[in-house]
Design a protein around this ligand. Structure first.
Ligand code: ASP
Length: 400
């Protein structure tokens, strides 16, 4: 086995091992939870690298373009791809839910759900502009960090040749972060044990069975979105083969799956796209952090399926207008969701309110949210990487 594949194989091995151990520990959650500090340490290590990595990579990427028009073109293209794939995701979700009707025969009840406040579009837009760069960095506010890094990158070009020392210093920090990322990646199999054993032990068959059909329909949607939208886009609009893409991105996908956080998977995604797929720093450093914050195809799939599921449980007929409204709000609300565990459920409350469905319905799916979140996050991260592949071809037009 070549060295390149060792990590992928150990990651998959560790995933299987944690399913076995977690399965054996069902009903013994206290023992399973003994593994969770390993997962917490692993996620903390990733979060430690995230802000300096994104910040420095984006400054370097933008300052290496030096053509403001090119940055604008890259931004517009990225956002258009994000919007289209997100809208397709909600449509796939709605279609499958219409066909398979996973909500029929499900009894109401379940956990209680406390409605959380979802930021309005205006708040999200205003929130992009930081009043304090250090504050944005300290709070790991991704949109503000992206904005500050672009402004600094563009300005750095304007102070040349004087800014050389600062540029080199930023480059050194970036390279150091990549070295640390490699180190953290080597710990991934251990992190997976810590994250997955408690998850599997807590979400035993007894928890999953009543909503088994919903879970199956959701993962079918995941497969269709990945197999149809992503594979077709990669084949038609990028310079990569489907095999190259998925082999390159597998570790990032697994990390997204086990951490349920696009933000946590970001350093690994950046490292894989740059080092394994050979995508330029400027594109990867721009598209991926932006995608981790605003592009949530997995979330959109989930909105489409679960909104209709809840309507079915309550016996509410969803008109075409209501379904179109789900597509619109599902697409837009996904933009405002953060790349953290459970964000999709908060978005769902906005979607339900906008179409007049009972928000209490969230309580029915709350108990299995972790299981759906794993698939959502994996799709979210894959969609960002796919977009980076397409933008790379359009911006740099090179065969890698
Ligand atoms: N956990 C997802 C993510 O980090 C967001 C969501 O809940 O849909 O991408």
């Amino acid at each position: 086995m070549n060295k390149k594949n060792v990590l992928s194989v150990t990651i998959i091995g560790s995933l299987l091992l944690s399913v076995i151990i977690g399965g054996c520990l069902q009903g013994k959650t206290d023992i399973a939870l003994l593994f969770s500090p390993l997962g917490t340490i692993y996620v903390n290590l990733i979060k430690m690298i995230m802000v300096p990595l994104v910040f420095t990579s984006l400054i370097l990427g933008v300052s290496s373009i030096s053509d403001v028009k090119k940055i604008g073109k890259m931004g517009i293209m990225t956002v258009i791809i994000f919007l289209f794939t997100t809208a397709f995701a909600v449509i796939i979700g709605l279609t499958l839910s219409n066909i398979f009707k996973p909500g029929l025969g499900v009894m109401m009840g379940g956990d209680t759900y406390e409605m959380k406040q979802f930021p309005s579009l205006t708040d999200t837009l205003v929130g992009i502009f930081p009043d304090n760069i250090l504050g944005a960095l300290l709070n790991a506010n991704m949109l503000q960090i992206i904005f500050a890094a672009i402004v600094i990158g563009v300005s750095l070009v304007k102070v040349a040749p004087k800014g050389k020392v600062l540029h080199d210093c930023i480059e050194d920090i970036f390279e150091t972060m990549i070295v640390i990322t490699n180190g953290v990646m080597a710990l991934t199999p251990i992190g997976i044990l810590g994250l997955m054993i408690p998850t599997v032990a807590q979400n035993g068959v007894a928890v999953l069975l009543p909503l088994g059909k919903l879970i199956l329909v959701f993962y079918l949607a995941v497969i269709i979105h990945m197999g149809f939208i992503y594979c077709t886009s990669i084949k038609c609009f990028s310079d990569f083969s489907i095999k190259e893409f998925f082999t390159g991105m597998l570790p990032a996908q697994v990390i997204a799956f086990v951490t349920c956080s696009s933000a946590a998977a970001l350093p690994i995604s950046m490292q894989r796209t740059q080092e394994k797929l050979g995508i330029s720093k400027e594109v990867s450093g721009f598209v991926l952090p932006l995608g981790a914050t605003i592009n949530m195809d997995g979330n959109a799939l989930y909105q489409g399926i679960v909104a209709l599921f809840i309507a079915q449980v309550y016996g509410i007929e969803m008109s075409l207008t209501m379904q179109l409204m789900v597509i619109l709000t599902g697409t837009l609300a996904s933009i405002g969701a953060a790349g953290v565990p459970g964000a999709g459920m908060i978005v769902l409350s906005t979607v339900l309110v906008s179409v007049g469905l009972p928000v209490d319905g969230i309580a029915i799916v709350a108990g299995i949210d972790r299981v759906l979140d794993m698939g959502r996050t994996m799709i979210n991260v894959t969609g960002d990487a796919m977009t980076a592949c397409i933008v790379e071809k359009k911006i740099n037009g090179r065969k890698i």
